[in-house]
Design a protein around this ligand. Structure first.
Ligand code: MRU
Length: 386
């Protein structure tokens, strides 16, 4: 049901029903859409109504959980239920290529399905129940992992700034909207704010999809966190002039050496941070870590349609320069306008890879990963096996 009531709940699940907040319409309208089939889950992820690495994995798993709940009783055997589930996961894996959380979840769920189907006395119901339990556990685990990441990243920043107020810059959206709740890099900002040591958060606009200007800014305003929006091109000037204590970003995939794929523009922030001596922190749950890849040049980078760069969606303002509070969704007129010269070629990689060399630390739910003295890369595998 469309509404103008603001909320940060991107995934609204109960057994048998999944609704997602359509993030294409934020921050102008709060519209939840049913996502009760695998195909609707796939479409929501591909179209970026749902986005953010953890949220993508959760919506994929839960859209299948809901379709499964509705199909319960129609499978003749454990093998038939397992076939439906594994084939659906094959399809969901095709939705977006870069965030590894989707593949990690699909592989883990495949394991659960295979073990349940191979158990003695397995039935369609026992396989389905095993799938539902694992998919549903992802929601709760994600929030508690995010809170642990937030604490860990905040501790790291404050250790370098004892007794001081800090100013933190972030990129893209890594908050409640990108996860099951709280957020990763934005979770660090929330944690600093909760400890009363955050003087100011800065967020980039994050062209071309504007996750920063539309979504992070929305979350920061919603939470009453002191915050300022900048365009992506202002970052070097910001670092020079505004005494930034740290940059915190999320991750779509972290490889074994700590190279990190994240929203396009992250790499240039890391370069600017190095030049200005500002700590650059990646916040990532362990589900974003891909130990099967040795380095970032092996990460598949999603290419999005050029139209996303050539056009921009926004809210029509009646009074010049004023965004009005709207009382009903009929009041909100969103429109898409073309902002580039017609006919120009567009290159639109959705992510870039920041080399480990430029990253100061990786904050995970298991603790902070740092480099050995003198090392240019991280030993992520050793850290995780501790
Ligand atoms: O294209 P998006 O919006 O899905 O990209 C999101 C990001 O790059 C985030 O920084 C990343 O997924 C981490 S979300 C906790």
């Amino acid at each position: 049901m469309p509404s103008t009531q603001k909320t940060l709940l991107a995934i609204d699940y109960k057994r048998g029903s999944l609704r997602i907040l359509n993030q294409l319409l934020l921050p102008f309208a709060t519209v939840y859409e049913d996502c009760n089939t695998v195909q609707l889950g796939f479409d929501a992820i591909r179209s970026m109504k749902t986005r953010g690495a953890p949220a993508i994995a959760i919506v994929a798993a839960l859209s299948l959980a809901v379709e499964l709940s509705h199909k319960q009783g129609t499978f003749g055997s454990a093998a038939e239920a397992a076939k439906f589930l594994t084939e659906s996961l094959v399809h969901l894996r095709q939705s977006r290529p870069t965030a590894v959380n989707l593949f990690e979840a699909a592989n883990r769920l495949d394991g659960v399905i295979a073990r349940a189907a191979a158990a003695s006395g397995a039935t369609a119901a026992s396989v389905s129940n095993a799938y539902l339990a694992e998919a549903e556990a992802m929601l709760e685990r994600d929030v508690s992992d995010n809170k642990a990441i937030g604490r860990c990243g905040a501790d790291f920043i404050l250790a370098a700034n004892p007794g001081k107020q800090v100013r933190v810059l972030t990129h893209c959206n890594t908050g409640s909207l990108a996860t099951a709740g709280w957020g990763t890099a934005l979770g660090i900002i929330r944690d600093l704010h909760a400890r009363d040591v955050l003087e100011q958060a800065f967020c980039t606009e994050t062209r071309p999809y504007n996750q920063g200007g539309r979504l992070t800014a929305y979350e920061l305003v919603f939470e009453g966190i002191p915050s300022t929006l900048v365009t992506d091109s202002m970052v070097s000037a910001l670092l020079r002039e505004k005494n930034i204590s740290a940059i915190v970003v999320g991750a779509d995939r972290v490889t074994a050496n700590g190279d990190t794929a994240n929203k396009i523009g992250t790499y240039q922030l890391a370069i600017a941070a190095k030049y200005h001596g500002v700590p650059f922190i990646v916040a990532a749950p362990s589900t974003s870590i891909d130990l099967s890849l040795a380095s970032g040049n092996l990460i598949p980078i999603e290419q999005r349609p050029g139209i996303e760069v050539a056009q921009i969606r926004g809210q029509v303002v009646e009074d010049e320069g004023n965004l009005k509070e709207h009382e009903s969704e009929e009041d909100i007129i969103t429109t898409t306008v073309h902002i580039a010269a017609k006919g120009i070629n567009v290159w639109n990689p959705s992510f870039d890879v920041t080399p480990a060399e430029l990253i100061s630390a990786i904050a995970t739910e298991k603790g902070i990963i740092v480099k050995a003295p003198g090392a240019k890369e991280f030993d992520v595998k050793s850290f995780l096996s501790k």
